[in-house]
Design a protein around this ligand. Structure first.
Ligand SMILES: NC(=O)c1ccc[n+]([C@@H]2O[C@H](COP(=O)([O-])OP(=O)(O)OC[C@H]3O[C@@H](n4cnc5c(N)ncnc54)[C@H](O)[C@@H]3O)[C@@H](O)[C@H]2O)c1
Length: 430
């Protein structure tokens, strides 16, 4: 991975960031730009980078989205992941005939992404987020449309790099559709629209929660180097996942950003730690965070996320307004005078499929979707994490301009150092 690449990106101010976010939304809604690539009815060659659970699912959804597609190349750091992904995909009769990946297009290793990019029109990108900025830049430079999983980075230099990639994609007429999937769920779109149209009056306070159990751990193979161990267990290492506030709770924070019109909060004060996952096998990330984000308007969002076994779970987003309350996750609105609204499901609404349907429809029509909000939602998560790690109240501007690059000095098989477990009041803000 090229550290310098992450630092070469331009420095946007918060004001510019807000302008960019607003422009990105308009672009997505109205398809102002025209894509110059792979329109009409040509077969679109799809490639998968990162052949794990989500990547395999997303590759299937890409093929289901458009009948004139073929999966022609796949890449992963690990050869066994390439093979298991292909085997799983081939079990689905709806797509099996369009999986045409020959041996020469099954790439493994750290430069596997480049082989996939060179062979395809549309890339499905689902590696751990630590590699996203570099790979995404390579996709855009090569003129490819991308479905890009969340989050888009693990640190501010990475977010700045992806903002630059979004700018380049718009210039080139390339689609970058984000895996922040709730924005593609019709029920959530209707709920957010009603709230933005004033269903509960002015928004005063928000509360978003992602309290869940623990996630998988793959242990340590006898012959694994430290790099292999960290890659196989990427969730637990800051340089790969950005911590679970970034990797998982980003969905909650993204719903809040969406409701707030993608206007970033002015500042954040957050806390966190390791209460249950104290074993060294859990790398250097925390297992819980609690914080408050504050907007210039005075709106505050209280957030909580934790990954604790055998405890109560809750995934919800409560919105308190002058005239009522709502839960975005449940598509539910209630006014203080007793009126209730619940979204009524009409037909298919699979958000994972919807995002690919809209990506391929845009490519076919020559329209361009660039989901730039993926940058601000990722930075919001990184802001909450960094405030907790340092114990400091941090502004959006401070976070946006942070120089902390979590990428290890060298990406190669063998040893790789682990960043220390952060200690509030001791860990500096960089
Ligand atoms: N939108 C959603 O709801 C959702 C759900 C699950 C996961 N995700 C996201 O998708 C991404 C992947 O998650 P997952 O659950 O599939 O994890 P996973 O571990 O199952 O898959 C990740 C794959 O990427 C591979 N990989 C690692 N480094 C690579 C590199 N440099 N080049 C190529 N391949 C590399 C790994 O070997 C692995 O096969 C994450 O960013 C995650 O946050 C999104």
């Amino acid at each position: 991975m090229d550290r310098q690449m992450k630092h070469d990106a331009a420095r946007p101010t918060r004001r510019e960031f807000m302008r960019t976010a607003a422009a990105g939304t308009a672009m997505a809604s109205f398809g102002i730009l025209r894509s110059t690539h792979a329109q009409g009815t040509d077969v679109l060659k799809v490639g998968l980078i990162g052949c794990g659970g989500r990547g395999t699912g997303a590759a299937r959804e890409a093929l289901l989205a458009d009948p004139n597609t073929a999966l022609v190349a796949v890449g992963d750091v690990f050869r066994d992941m390439v093979e298991s992904s292909l085997n799983r995909l081939k079990t689905d009769p709806k797509i099996a005939p369009r999986i045409t990946v020959d041996a020469a297009h099954q790439f493994a290793g750290f430069d596997a992404y480049q082989g996939v990019i060179d062979s395809c029109d549309v890339i499905v990108h689902a590696t751990p987020p630590g590699f996203r900025p570099q790979h995404l830049r390579a996709c855009v430079e090569a003129g490819k449309h991308v479905f890009v999983e969340k989050p888009v980075a693990v640190d501010a230099p990475g977010v700045r790099s992806v903002m630059e990639s979004c700018r380049m994609a718009k210039e080139k007429g390339l689609n970058l559709v984000s895996g922040l999937c709730y924005r593609y769920e019709f029920a959530k779109r209707e709920t957010i629209k009603r709230l933005q149209d004033g269903a509960i009056g002015d928004i005063i306070t928000l509360q978003t929660t992602y309290n869940t159990g623990g996630l998988w751990h793959k242990g340590r193979g006898d012959d694994w180097t430290e790099m292999e161990y960290q890659l196989r267990n990427w969730l637990y290492f800051d340089w790969l996942s950005g911590d679970h506030i970034n990797e998982q709770h980003i969905h909650s924070l993204d719903k809040i950003m969406w409701l707030m019109g993608d206007v970033p909060p002015a500042k954040c004060t957050s806390s966190g730690g390791r209460a249950q996952r104290t074993d060294p096998k859990y790398g250097n990330i925390y297992d819980h965070f609690n914080g408050v984000y504050e907007w210039e308007s005075g709106v505050r969002c209280f957030n909580s996320c934790r990954q604790w076994e055998s405890t109560s779970t809750d995934v919800s987003d409560w919105v308190f307004g002058t005239k009522g309350v709502a839960n975005i996750q449940e598509h539910y609105i209630r006014t203080y005078d007793g009126q209730e609204w619940r979204h009524e499901r009409k037909g298919e609404d699979n958000m994972y499929q919807n995002e690919h349907n809209e990506l391929f429809a845009a490519i076919r029509k020559g329209e361009v979707i660039v989901d730039e909000y993926m940058c601000s939602s990722t930075l919001m998560a990184i802001l909450g994490r960094t405030s907790a790690y340092t114990g400091k109240t941090l502004t959006w501007e401070q976070m946006l301009n942070s120089e902390l690059d979590l990428t290890p000095p060298k990406i190669a098989w063998g040893d790789v150092p682990m960043n220390p477990i952060p200690v509030p009041g001791v860990t500096p803000f960089i």
